[in-house]
Design a binder for this molecule. Structure first.
Ligand SMILES: NC(=O)c1ccc[n+]([C@@H]2O[C@H](COP(=O)([O-])OP(=O)(O)OC[C@H]3O[C@@H](n4cnc5c(N)ncnc54)[C@H](O)[C@@H]3O)[C@@H](O)[C@H]2O)c1
Length: 330
């Protein structure tokens, strides 16, 4: 177990939305970051290279384009053996895409996670590993809020199944090899430099461009939207700080979200207000693989790492919309 505060973090998915912000936060604290990412084309690569261009200007950041599922290439990336913490965010994300492209999930999420835990297993510094799981592991569970102790063996998408598998793989490595690992179940994260496949982005774009938006289940879907800076504070603390609670298991799983679920209908109103224009709505039924409500119990992460998200959707969405208009010049 690493006791001194890490000074060099290996970050997978560094060109991604959350990875970019985690890297900036670490660099702000004077911590070196070795980032890896395969820059895949799941969404426009330009957005990933624009994020990287900003990171490249900063002292202490180095980047290697590599597929983590290619274990030999991954472990040969320069600087990796010198890291003293690992934050693993690289994954094929998205629930709906997993219906059409299942093998992308097998490759990046199953083989990719195995590659990362193997790297950590043989790593000279025995770094703590923090990795991304997802609220989607709660599947069709109806008890809200979702708690870490709830049963999670009914995934409703392949994406969710791969994320739950990651948790199981990590649990086995903690038992077999004494590896300290933290799995974070993210609940819908939003903010500047975000993901073009997510509703906050597509709704903003379509309302600005005067195109209709598709509203699933009449807007009666509840989501726990979490502002990126709140998420980053939690990720960085679990990676760098010793937990405040004694005698925790080597492998810990935490919800990381907001505990203020918002109805899709209200969410659309907030985007409309921020854009300054009404949306044209097309009402559609529930989509396969979607769940009615995601809502996090965050008591465990609050207790062990002081996690306390503060940003309300009414404050975050206008900040996202401002960034979106600047970035897209719309
Ligand atoms: N953003 C959310 O709301 C959310 C919610 C739940 C879980 N997560 C999880 O958090 C993590 C980060 O998500 P994000 O929103 O930043 O997504 P993202 O897609 O922006 O970032 C993921 C990055 O990983 C890279 N990547 C994918 N497969 C790779 C591979 N095989 N090798 C190397 N790089 C690879 C991608 O190119 C991308 O840049 C992911 O594991 C995701 O599943 C995110």
């Amino acid at each position: 177990m690493t006791l001194s505060r890490p000074q060099h973090v290996l970050l997978t998915g560094a060109a991604g939305f959350i990875g970019f912000h985690v890297a900036n936060n670490l660099l702000d604290q004077g911590i070196r970051v070795t980032g890896v990412d395969n820059l895949n084309a799941y969404y426009p690569v330009q957005l990933k290279t624009d994020r990287l261009a900003l990171l490249a200007k900063r002292d202490g950041f180095s980047f290697h384009q590599v597929d983590i599922a290619d274990h030999d290439a991954f472990k040969a990336a320069p600087g990796i053996n010198d890291a003293d913490a690992v934050v693993h965010l690289a994954a094929q994300a998205g629930v709906r895409y997993s219906l059409e492209n299942p093998f992308a999930y097998g490759q990046s999420n199953l083989i990719g996670h195995l590659s990362v835990i193997e790297l950590v297993r043989h790593h000279p510094n025995k770094p703590r590993l923090v990795y991304a799981s997802s609220s989607s592991v709660y599947g069709a569970n109806s008890k809200a809020p979702f708690s870490e102790g709830d049963r999670v063996d009914n995934p409703v998408s392949l994406y969710a199944a791969t994320k739950r598998s990651n948790e199981m793989m990590s649990e086995s490595y903690a038992r077999l090899y004494g590896m300290e690992q933290v799995g974070l179940r993210f609940f819908t994260v939003y903010g500047p430099w975000g993901r073009p496949d997510m509703a906050y982005w597509t709704f903003t774009r379509d309302i600005i461009e005067g195109r209709p938006i598709r509203v699933f289940n009449n807007g009666h879907l509840k989501r726990d939207f979490t502002w990126i800076d709140d998420i980053v504070a939690g990720v960085v603390s679990t990676a760098l700080d010793q937990p405040k609670t004694a005698n925790l298991p080597l492998h810990r799983i935490y919800n990381i979200g907001n505990n203020r679920p918002v109805e899709l209908g209200r969410f659309i109103e907030i985007v409309e207000e921020a854009v300054g224009k009404k949306a044209e709505k097309i009402m559609e039924p529930m989509q396969p693989g979607d769940v009615h409500a995601t809502y996090a119990n965050i008591d465990a992460l609050a207790r062990d790492h002081g996690f306390a998200p503060t940003t309300k959707l009414e404050d975050g969405i206008p900040r996202f919309v401002k960034w979106y208009r600047d970035y897209t010049k719309t």
